[in-house]
Design a protein. Structure first.
Length: 137
């Protein structure tokens, strides 16, 4: 239930040398809250990916999130984490994969990005090398 009770898990974290940890899990009040509280106590900065956690009820999830926030954890969402890693749309090596995730899983944001992309490509000069509406061909 508590990954922080597993010596091998903690040893792997320590070996990484990192002090910032993202945590998500099946049950927010157990799989997430228990290791989060202990890791914070041990000096780690914990970010709980709230939309990647769940619980037996909304109340259980909400109370667990309150508990970890009171302990010092920072709530984030999967989209904020992904876009922080992407940092800039100019990073072409990850652009297509991130865009696929955005379009398929982030509703209005994905639709908005698709809309903006269409307008951007439509406004480019024909000889710019930018593909114009590639999905419409």
């Amino acid at each position: 239930m508590n990954s922080w009770d597993d010596r091998n898990f903690v040893a792997a974290i320590e070996k990484s040398g990192r002090k910032k940890i993202l945590i998500a899990g099946l049950w927010t009040e157990v799989c997430v809250a228990f290791p989060t509280v202990q890791a914070i106590h041990d000096g780690y900065e914990i970010y709980v990916v709230e939309d990647c956690c769940g619980d037996v009820s909304q109340l259980a999830h909400d109370n667990a999130m309150k508990r970890v926030i009171q302990a010092g954890a920072k709530p984030v969402t999967s989209m904020s984490v992904m876009l922080e890693w992407q940092r800039d749309w100019a990073h072409k090596e990850t652009y297509d994969a991130v865009m696929d995730i955005v379009k398929n899983h982030y509703g209005a944001y994905g639709i908005g990005v698709e809309y903006a992309t269409q307008w951007y490509t439509a406004l480019q000069p024909r000889n710019s090398g930018v593909r114009r509406f590639p999905h419409l061909r």
